[in-house]
Ligand binder design. Structure first.
Ligand SMILES: NC(=O)c1ccc[n+]([C@@H]2O[C@H](COP(=O)([O-])OP(=O)(O)OC[C@H]3O[C@@H](n4cnc5c(N)ncnc54)[C@H](OP(=O)(O)O)[C@@H]3O)[C@@H](O)[C@H]2O)c1
Length: 418
């Protein structure tokens, strides 16, 4: 499993192919390439569990679940037992020292991404990184410095990956969600101008303690949740540009507002809290307006204050068509229960507050969100040497636009991108 040959240079988008995540029509490589791809996962929480389930669903490429490195030994060991990883450690170096680990999958909190990615790349491992690629973790009061330092962190990761000649995969599941891939193909078939994108990711608040403070998260709802619809919007306009002229359409300017609506006095006095609260120095609500270089617009909403289960939506307004993507909830199945006990332990949907009343039970929720498809593509890329749809360039753009958005929110003005 040799590192790939990687050209030096700036962060450019990979050519990309018009396919649905898990490669359609892809044939397994020859027998000589079929050494199992050894997986080392970092972190043992929510995202790591989703990825581990996705490795178990990988087809056509043999994978070997070698080990997990995480912070708390008992949780790392329980994770390894649950998903069939051969060993658990609290030492990243122990995972990286294993020659049978070829691909390191970073599912640790945001503040740890850079250090783990750089160490893994230097150890010659291909790397997957959960969103966001990286962020700024210092005092969030100087937006120009935040933006510069976040950009510098991206650059350090990019250089480490380039110098090591390893693959980098950006685990942005929206890019691999079947609805987004279908929308992309419909846009390509329509050939019209994508005038306006309206997209949202929202739920009733993160479970993770690392999400509550800037020094471990690097941002609030805008970064944690907005990164998903933002990446999908960037991806669709990028592909439109490549189709039209061979040059991606990128973001020209951003205007943003962030807020802490869970600090509204009337809410703080309510006896029952249905949405998460206790955010320290990170926002729980954000709205972002993008102007693209061709003049198109996008509006992205992200918040931790929405009840009724996770809400992942994207609407596309084209000059010759319209597309609505409901990643979650969708009405493949609709159910009613007069009380919350009726459906017992049967899973309904991520972050749903109650099983009473009408609900939208998720059928293969991970598939609708694109998790198995992204992992399938990443292991296929390692096996074949091809580039992924969700790459370093997209990861870098998400950080760049997000921190320009924080600058806009802090300074109360539109911010231009280079
Ligand atoms: N794509 C998606 O839909 C999605 C969804 C959720 C999260 N994410 C991303 O996934 C990443 C993890 O988030 P999460 O929700 O899984 O968080 P989480 O549930 O809090 O889990 C984080 C895990 O990382 C471990 N950890 C903490 N510091 C570490 C370090 N320095 N080195 C190695 N492991 C460390 C934690 O250990 P302890 O058990 O000791 O705390 C925990 O097992 C974040 O970057 C987040 O943005 C993506």
């Amino acid at each position: 499993m040799a590192p790939r040959n990687s050209p030096a240079g700036g962060i450019r988008p990979a050519a990309g192919r018009p396919h649905v995540g898990a490669a359609e029509g892809w044939q397994p490589p020859g027998e000589e390439c079929m050494e199992p791809i050894g997986i080392g996962i970092v972190g043992a929480g929510f995202a790591a569990n989703q990825h581990a389930a996705a490795y178990q669903a990988v087809t056509r490429v043999p994978v070997n679940l070698v080990g997990v490195a995480s912070r708390t030994p008992e949780r790392a060991e329980a994770f390894a037992r649950r998903h069939g990883f051969a060993f658990a450690t609290t030492e990243l170096a122990a995972l990286l020292a294993r020659p049978d680990v070829h691909l390191v999958d970073v599912c640790a909190p945001n503040f740890a991404h850079e250090e783990i990615l750089v160490a893994a790349a230097r150890a010659g491992k291909h790397v997957i990184c959960e969103k966001p690629l990286t962020a700024f973790f210092g005092d969030p009061t100087d937006p120009a410095r935040m933006r510069d330092e976040a950009r510098a962190s991206v650059q350090r990761i990019h250089e480490a990956v380039q110098q090591a000649g390893v693959h980098f995969f950006y685990a942005e599941n929206w890019i691999y969600a079947p609805a987004i891939q279908k929308a992309m193909r419909l846009c390509e078939a329509a050939g019209g101008t994508l005038f306006d994108i309206r997209a949202e990711e929202a739920h009733s608040g993160s479970h993770s303690p690392y999400a509550r403070q800037w020094r471990t998260s690097g941002g609030g709802s805008l970064l944690r949740l907005g990164s998903h619809p933002l990446a999908a919007a960037l991806y669709l306009k990028r592909r439109e540009g490549l189709r039209r002229s061979g040059t991606p359409i990128r973001v020209a300017s951003v205007t943003c507002e962030v807020a802490n609506v869970t600090r509204i006095p009337s809410f703080t006095q309510e006896p029952t809290r249905w949405v998460a609260s206790g955010w320290q120095d990170v926002e729980d609500w954000a709205t972002l307006l993008l102007e693209f270089t061709d003049g198109a617009r996008a509006s992205i909403a992200a918040s931790d204050i929405v009840l009724g289960g996770i809400r992942n939506r994207m609407e596309l307004y084209l000059s010759n068509g319209r597309i609505d993507c409901n990643l979650n909830p969708n009405n493949t199945c609709v159910a009613y229960a007069p009380s919350p006990e009726v459906f017992g332990d049967e899973y309904i949907a991520e972050k749903l507050d109650t099983k009473a009343g009408w609900s939208f039970p998720s059928i293969n929720e991970d598939w609708f969100q694109g998790y198995p498809q992204e992992i399938q593509e990443f292991v296929e890329c390692v096996a074949t040497g091809r580039e992924p749809l969700s790459d370093m360039s997209l990861a870098a753009d998400v950080v760049e636009v997000t921190y320009a958005a924080y600058q806009s929110a802090r300074e109360g003005r539109r911010v231009l991108l280079a």
